[in-house]
Design a protein. Structure first.
Length: 141
């Protein structure tokens, strides 16, 4: 992850803080914690709400069970994925709306969340990454 130079802090440019959000409560708790404990009340910081949407699976025209996947079915799957992303971002934006001093940007990227979060954080040049969990399953936690 890229770290901010002392120049950005000295000039008052503020920090770019990426918060990984999804439809789970852990990410919303992390966002609330970030707003209460990390974001500057002076209003110089920018939060980037990042939703990592899993890539759409690629299917053959007929899957192993003999089901034919039509373009209507695939379009329905895509609409659902878009709705999940929009709901996660909207929920996060509502939490941020209570903090008028914070600048908020949103970003939705597709791919493996572990890779998307790391790549986007580097690309954005974030000073800090906040997330609710590491994506481990129940056993690994």
């Amino acid at each position: 992850m890229a770290m901010a130079s002392d120049d950005s802090t000295a000039t008052g440019a503020g920090r770019r803080i990426v918060v990984a959000v999804d439809e789970g409560e852990e990410s919303m708790h992390a966002l609330s914690w970030c707003l209460a404990n990390v974001v500057s009340p002076a209003g110089a910081d920018t939060l980037v709400l990042l939703h990592a949407r899993r890539s759409r699976p690629v299917y053959a025209a007929m899957d192993g069970a003999g089901y034919i996947l039509t373009s209507d079915v695939m379009a329905s799957v895509e609409r659902h994925a878009n709705a999940v992303s929009a709901a996660a971002i909207d929920k996060a934006k509502r939490i941020c709306a209570e903090h008028l001093h914070v600048k908020v940007e949103t970003l939705v990227e597709s791919g493996d969340p572990r890779e998307v979060i790391c790549d986007a954080t580097d690309k954005i040049g974030a000073d800090l990454l906040v997330m609710g969990s590491h994506g481990y399953g129940f056993i690994q936690r």
